[in-house]
Design a protein around this ligand. Structure first.
Ligand SMILES: [Cu+2]
Length: 346
């Protein structure tokens, strides 16, 4: 505040001396820059305590068979496709073919059927065994193509963008719409076992820790109930971002960005793993995704330096902006400069 008063005094003196308005505005901009760090902590007073995962939800279970319970619309659709369409059709066809084989073995072996039939054609059977598989495949293709189309439908305009980057062997999550901060996510070490990640605590040392091999030091936090534009890429080799309970598997390829909509229906913690063999510690780069209601997500965003609510400027830049507008672009200083230049360009 001292420096603020000083800068303000300089402004008054400058006015008194009859200097140009531009210089006064420049000093106001400098004042705002000085004052901003003091104001920023108050505005950015976010708070966050990691959520405790629910056992058996969003994670594998002992003796589990089949697909995890789904927590997204597309996941429920995919699970229906698997459970109601594909598995019954596969079971019926397999049992039918097995029954035919058994019938042939029992009824038409050499002992039971000494005189072989000379039948070589049966038009009705040939038409049936050609048409029936075609109809079955068309029946499967209709919901299947619909599911694929829905899975890769782009995110709506204005959707929050989050970028996941695979690294050997951890994930980083960046939030370009929230001030472009980055979260580095390492697997927690396993008590009594060789250290996997130096400087990272042991799993189970905090009350909110989930299963070993799946819990991380910094989770990927997302807002619940809204479509998110998830970008996946990699920094070194090919990785794959996969969270089974959210119907999510997307390769991270160096030099390329893959995109998919992520929509989590229920607040909670959902676990996954890198699903592309990516080197020695491939098995030690889990994904822990925490879905929070909007207000809690915003509070989490504000716990990061430079964190900002979607589309808004970080507190420091927001304070500088009005003053910077008054000043000639070239005279704005510090972090605000980029924004002022961008604003002028627009
Ligand atoms: Cu990997």
């Amino acid at each position: 505040m001292k420096s603020g008063r000083f800068a303000s005094c300089v402004g008054h003196v400058a006015k008194a001396l009859g200097l140009s308005l531009a210089i006064a505005a420049a000093s106001a901009a400098a004042w705002a820059q000085e004052a901003a760090p003091a104001a920023a902590p108050a505005a950015a007073a976010g708070s966050y305590t990691p959520m405790k995962p629910t056992p058996g939800i969003g994670m594998p279970v002992d003796g589990g068979l089949g697909i995890q319970t789904q927590f997204s619309k597309i996941g429920e659709y995919g699970l229906w496709m698997h459970d109601v369409i594909l598995m019954p059709v596969m079971v019926i066809i397999s049992v039918f073919v097995l029954a035919l084989l058994l019938w042939v073995i029992v009824r038409y072996n050499k002992r039971a059927n000494p005189v072989a039939s000379k039948t070589s054609h049966n038009t009705l059977i040939e038409v049936v065994w050609t048409l029936l598989p075609v109809l079955i495949l068309v029946g499967i293709a209709i919901p299947s193509i619909d599911l694929i189309a829905k899975q890769y439908k782009p995110a709506p305009k204005g959707a929050l963008t989050i970028k996941a980057t695979g690294n050997q062997w951890f994930w980083t999550y960046s939030y370009p719409d929230n001030g472009d901060f980055e979260v580095v996510s390492n697997m927690l070490n396993l008590p009594g076992q060789p250290v996997v990640n130096n400087g990272v605590r042991d799993v189970g040392s905090k009350p909110w820790d989930g299963p070993s091999h799946l819990e991380v030091d910094n989770r990927m936090v997302v807002p619940v109930g809204e479509p998110i534009r998830l970008l996946v890429t990699a920094a070194d080799v090919i990785h794959s971002f996969a969270v089974p309970s959210l119907w999510m598997k997307l390769d991270g390829v160096p030099g390329r960005i893959n995109e998919k909509v992520l929509l989590v229906e229920k607040p909670g913690v959902y676990y996954g793993q890198c699903s592309e063999l990516c080197g020695a510690k491939h098995g030690y780069m889990p994904i822990a995704l925490e879905a929070l209601p909007r207000d809690k997500f915003n509070a989490w965003v504000l716990t990061h330096p430079g964190g900002a609510i979607d589309g808004q400027k970080p507190a420091a830049q927001a304070a500088a902006a009005p003053a910077a507008e008054a000043a000639p672009v070239g005279e704005a200083t510090g972090e605000g400069q980029g924004d002022a230049t961008a604003a002028a360009a627009e």
